[in-house]
Structures are given as C-alpha cells and as structure tokens.
Design a protein around this ligand. Structure first.
Ligand SMILES: Nc1ncnc2c1ncn2[C@@H]1O[C@H](COP(=O)(O)OP(=O)(O)OP(=O)(O)O)[C@@H](O)[C@H]1O
Length: 237
C-alpha cells in the first residue's frame, strides 16, 4: 500500500511558539486515523501543519513520498490535501450550489455524488450559506472538501456542537464516503469513542507529543485506558 502521509519527529507551531513537539505519524492508502486528546494539546495545529499553515521548525513531512515541508499551502491543497475546518468556513453569500462549485476539481466526486451523499444539501441547493443550520453547514463543509477530490481528507471536529440526530446522519455519510475509497482520512475529534469506531488507527496527543498510538479497537475495548489517556469526562468539558 502506498503511504499517503509520513511525518517524522516533527516540531511545529506558530512563529517561535512550538506546539507540536517531536511527532511521528503515518497514513496509508485508504486508511482512517483518529487524532484524540484534550483541548489545546495540538490536534488542530497538527492538521494546520500538514496543510502548511504553521511554522515547521524541524523534522519532516512527506506526502506521497515527497517532502512537502517547504511547499506553500495552496499548492498542498491542489496536490490533494483537503480540510474540513473546525469553523466550517462556508461562504455566507454564496448558495449551497455555488459553495460546492467553487471548490470543484476533476475526480470521482462531482455535484451529483455530493447531493446523493447529502440529500439535504440537494434540497437546500439554492439557499445561501448563511441560511443553513449548523448540521447543514457541516454537510456542506464536508461536501466542499470532497468535491475537491482530495487524496487525504483532514477533518477537524466534524461532529462538534451538533444534535445527536445530525451526528448520526454525518456518521452514516462518513461510512458511505469511505466505501471502496482509497482516500486517507485524519479525523480530529473530542468524541473519542465515536472517532475510534470510525477509524482503524488512533493517536492520542498530549502537549504536542504522541502519548499513545495503535489500533482504534484496542482503545475502544479498554475504556479504563481511554479514560486515563483522554481524561474522565473530557467530552463534557
Ligand atoms: N494561531 C495561533 N497562534 C498561536 N497559538 C495558537 C494558535 N492556534 C492555537 N494556538 C495554541 O496552540 C495550542 C494547541 O492548540 P490546538 O488548537 O492545536 O489544540 P487542539 O488540540 O486542536 O484543541 P481544541 O480541541 O481546543 O481545538 C494551544 O495552546 C493554543 O492556544
């Protein structure tokens, strides 16, 4: 299997501030990995670093075998690194349809397929971005990343702040979009158990370092260890 991402002893942060401290991680073809950990341990910073939005101090970051540490952010996006940002960042004065079209790149994901995955977006296609509910915005944020036909999809807390029924719909879509796909996925989540159920491997961060790494099912079957790593009640903080 081709290696999509390979991160080696990476130190990165914002200007002089180092947030990621010696992190190593790999992502294989078609694989999904959870990035877990308490608030502020550096999960979003890791995604931002993969996208070239932080300062990389040392270590290396390879994408499809190429060192992209010095490649500008927009080139990384064009090369196939797609982000679903925590803040969703929908264009408020564009319609749902336009929000999708501006992100379109050639590939297997087109408008029809996005609307098939999220029928709700098809119903709302003529509505403006600022007329959508939180759940619809999240569907659109995912749809917009997918229609860019990324090789690696980076999701920053996609289930945060959404009602359980919406989370169920998104989980269903997540499972469907993975069927037969070679896309790699990095899923940053506070809902640890849900993330572990949706991914093959997991890494738990603590202050920019990997505190645990392994198969998701191992942590899922060991709630005591999970609680120890993430902190009891961390999801309710
Ligand atoms: N733009 C920024 N400039 C400077 N420091 C930042 C910036 N963004 C985040 N940080 C700091 O980096 C550290 C890690 O933040 P990060 O957002 O990566 O954590 P996280 O694990 O994703 O947390 P959360 O679950 O709250 O999103 C925090 O101390 C945060 O204050």
């Amino acid at each position: 299997m081709a290696e999509l991402l390979k991160i080696d002893n990476l130190f990165a942060g914002y200007g002089e501030t180092v947030v990621i401290e010696g992190l190593s991680l790999s992502l294989a073809d078609g694989e999904a990995i959870s990035v877990l950990g308490r608030n502020g341990v550096g999960k979003s910073t890791l995604l931002n670093t993969v996208l070239g939005l932080t300062t990389q101090h040392s270590g290396s970051l390879h994408y499809l075998g190429k060192d992209i540490g010095k490649v500008p952010s927009h080139e990384r996006a064009v090369a196939g690194l797609g982000l679903v940002p925590q803040e969703r960042e929908i264009f408020p004065s564009l319609t749902v349809h336009e929000n999708l079209r501006v992100a379109q790149q050639p590939g297997e994901w087109d408008l029809d397929r996005i609307y098939e995955l999220f029928p709700r977006l098809a119903e709302r296609r003529r509505n403006m971005g600022n007329q959508l509910s939180g759940g619809e915005q999240q569907m659109l944020a995912i749809g917009r990343a997918l229609i860019g036909n990324p090789r690696v999809l980076l999701l920053d807390e996609p289930f945060e702040g959404l009602a359980p029924i919406i989370v169920d719909a998104l989980v269903d879509a997540f499972q469907k979009l993975r069927q037969g796909s070679r896309m790699g996925i990095v899923l940053v989540e506070q809902h640890a158990e849900l993330a572990l159920e949706l991914t093959e491997r997991a890494i738990v961060l603590d202050r920019g370092k990997a505190r645990w790494e392994g198969e998701s099912k191992v942590l899922l079957n060991d709630p005591d260890q999970l609680a120890q790593l993430i902190g009891l009640g961390a999801e309710d903080e």
